[in-house]
Design a protein around this ligand. Structure first.
Ligand code: ATP
Ligand code: MG
Length: 443
C-alpha cells in the first residue's frame, strides 16, 4: 500500500509538472505571438506615417536592402492588384484581394493574420493597414512556430524537471509516511476499543475488526470453559466406574454387593455414553460448514414416534404423555428435529412428579408452526430460566445428576432451533410446571 501511494503521488506530481510545462509554453508562445504582431503594427504605423508608400509607382523594390525572409513590404490596390512588393516583381503577382488581413484592412482600417509556411517550423505573420488612398500596406515577417519555440525551451524544461524530481521524491515519501502513520497506529491499537480512529472512512472497518477481535477472544474463553466442563463431567462417572471395578477386582465387594456395583458401573457408563453423544452432537452443530439436510418433515408424525420411544421411561416415572394438534409439515433436518423433540420430552418427563402429565401440542397458524412441550413438573425458578440454555447448566445439580443429566440438552435444542430460523420461548413456574415452545417460521 505504501509503495502504491508513493508511486501514485510521484505519478501525480510528474503529470502536474508536464502539464504546467505545456501550459506555460503555450502561454509563452501566446505572448511571443502578440509581441510579433505588436512589432509589425508599430512598423506598419511608422511606414504609414512617413507616407512613403502612398505612391508605389515612384518606388524601386531593389532599393530596399531588407534581409530576405525577414521583413517584406507589399502595397495592394483596392481590387487586390499588387502595386509593390519588396520580394517579387509586383506585376507578376496574383490578386491579393482574398488575403484575410488585406480584406480586413480594407473593411476596418487594419488587419492581422498568421499563417503556417510550407517549411513547417516557420510561421508567417502579416499585418495590413489602410493607407487612406485606396490602397493597403501589408508587412510580413517570419517567426518561429510553436514547435520550434518548444524545442528551443526543451533543455530548460528538462533541467527544471531534473531539479524538481528529487524535491518531488522527498515530498512524496514524506506525505506517504504521514498518510500511513495513523493506519499503522490503528493496527497497533486494535485491542483498545477507545483508541481514536483518525480517518473517519476507517470507522466502520475498525468497528468490524474490533468486534471480530472481541468475538475471537470470547470464543476462545468459551471453548476453554467448555473443555474444562467436559473434563470435569467425564471425570465423575469414570471415577465411579473405576472405583466399583476396583472393589470387585480385589474381592472386596462381597457376594451380595456385586449386582449393585455392576448396576452402578452400568449406570455410569450409560451416562458417559450419553455425555459423549451430546458433546459430539454439539460439536457437529458448531461446525459452520456442515449444512443441515433439509427435507419436508411432519412435526406431528415425528412427535408420535418420539413419544413412542419414551413411553417406557414415562411409565416408569408414573408420567402420562398426551399428544394433540394436527399434521404440520415444515422444511427441516429430520435427524436434528428428532434430537430437539427428544431433548424437550425427555426433560418434561425427567423433571416431573409421580403421576404428572406431559402435553405435546403441534399447531399451525398463518406462516408459523408451533411445537409446545408442557409439563406439570417441578418448574424452573425465575433466576435460572435465562441460564438453562447454557452448556452444562443445571438448576439442581444433585437431582439432575441423579437422573443422568449433563446440562447439554437445552443447549442443543437452542442450537438446532437457531439453525432452522426458529425461536424458543420458555415459561415456567416453580412447583407448577414448565412450557417450552419452539416456533418455526415458514419462508
Ligand atoms: P441432558 O444433557 O441429559 O439433557 P439436562 O437435562 O440436565 O441434561 P438440559 O436439558 O439442558 O440438561 O436442562 C438444563 C437444566 O434445566 C436441567 O438440569 C434442569 O435443571 C432444568 N430443566 C430443563 N427442562 C426442565 C423442565 N421441563 N422442568 C424443570 N426443569 C427443567
Ligand atoms: Mg435434558
Amino acid at each position: 500500500m505504501k509503495a502504491k501511494i508513493h508511486k501514485e503521488l510521484l505519478a501525480t506530481s510528474a503529470l502536474a509538472m508536464l502539464l504546467t510545462l505545456l501550459f506555460s509554453m503555450l502561454a509563452f508562445y501566446g505572448i511571443f505571438k502578440e509581441q510579433v504582431f505588436a512589432d509589425l503594427r508599430a512598423d506598419a504605423m511608422l511606414l504609414k506615417s512617413m507616407h512613403v508608400f502612398e505612391k508605389p509607382e515612384t518606388l524601386c523594390p531593389d532599393s530596399y536592402e531588407l534581409e530576405p525572409d525577414k521583413l517584406r513590404i507589399t502595397v495592394i490596390a483596392a481590387e487586390g492588384a499588387v502595386l509593390f512588393d519588396t520580394n517579387a516583381a509586383a506585376g507578376s503577382m496574383e490578386s491579393h484581394e482574398d488575403r484575410p488581413e488585406v480584406r480586413e484592412a480594407f473593411l476596418q482600417g487594419e488587419g492581422s493574420k498568421s499563417r503556417r509556411s510550407k517549411t513547417l517550423d516557420k510561421k508567417l505573420f502579416y499585418y495590413a493597414v489602410d493607407l487612406g488612398n485606396g490602397s493597403v500596406l501589408r508587412i510580413s515577417r517570419e517567426a518561429r512556430s510553436f514547435l520550434a519555440v518548444a524545442l528551443d525551451l526543451l533543455p530548460m524544461a528538462v533541467a527544471a524537471v531534473l531539479l524538481l524530481l528529487p524535491v518531488c521524491l522527498v515530498f512524496a515519501s514524506y506525505f506517504t509516511k504521514s498518510l500511513m502513520r495513523p493506519i499503522e497506529q490503528m493496527a497497533e491499537t486494535l485491542s483498545e476499543p477507545d483508541a481514536a480512529v483518525v480517518y473517519k472512512e476507517f470507522v466502520p472497518f475498525m468497528t468490524t475488526i474490533r468486534r471480530q477481535h472481541e468475538d475471537i477472544l470470547k470464543n476462545a474463553a468459551l471453548r476453554q470453559e467448555f473443555t474444562a466442563n467436559v473434563s470435569h463431567e467425564l471425570k465423575t462417572p469414570l471415577t465411579a466406574i473405576s472405583g466399583y471395578a476396583q472393589l470387585i477386582e480385589h474381592g472386596m465387594a462381597g457376594e451380595e454387593n456385586i449386582a449393585r456395583f455392576a448396576g452402578e458401573i452400568h449406570k455410569n457408563s450409560k451416562r458417559l455414553l450419553s455425555l459423549i453423544n451430546d458433546i459430539l452432537q454439539l460439536s457437529r452443530l458448531d461446525e459452520k460448514n456442515q449444512e443441515p439436510d433439509y427435507t419436508a418433515v411432519d412435526l406431528y408424525r415425528l412427535s408420535e414416534d418420539c413419544l413412542c420411544q419414551l413411553e417406557m421411561v414415562a411409565r416408569r416415572q408414573g408420567v402420562t404423555i398426551r399428544l394433540s394438534g394436527k399434521s404440520a409439515v415444515i422444511r427441516a433436518d429430520r435427524h436434528l428435529m428428532e434430537e430437539l423433540l427428544y431433548n424437550l420430552c425427555d426433560n418434561a418427563i425427567r423433571y416431573n412428579n409421580q403421576g404428572g402429565l406431559v402435553k405435546v401440542t403441534v399447531s399451525e397458524t398463518a406462516g408459523q408452526v408451533c411445537l409446545s412441550v408442557q409439563d406439570s413438573g417441578i418448574g424452573i425458578p425465575k433466576e435460572h430460566q435465562m441460564r438453562v440454555f447454557e452448556r452444562f447448566y443445571r438448576v439442581d445439580k444433585s437431582r439432575s445428576r441423579a437422573t443422568g443429566g449433563t446440562g447439554l440438552g437445552l443447549a442443543i435444542v437452542k442450537h438446532i432451533a437457531a439453525q432452522h430460523g426458529a425461536e424458543v420461548f420458555l415459561e415456567s413456574e416453580e412447583g407448577k410446571g414448565t412450557e417450552i415452545r419452539v416456533v418455526f417460521y415458514r419462508k
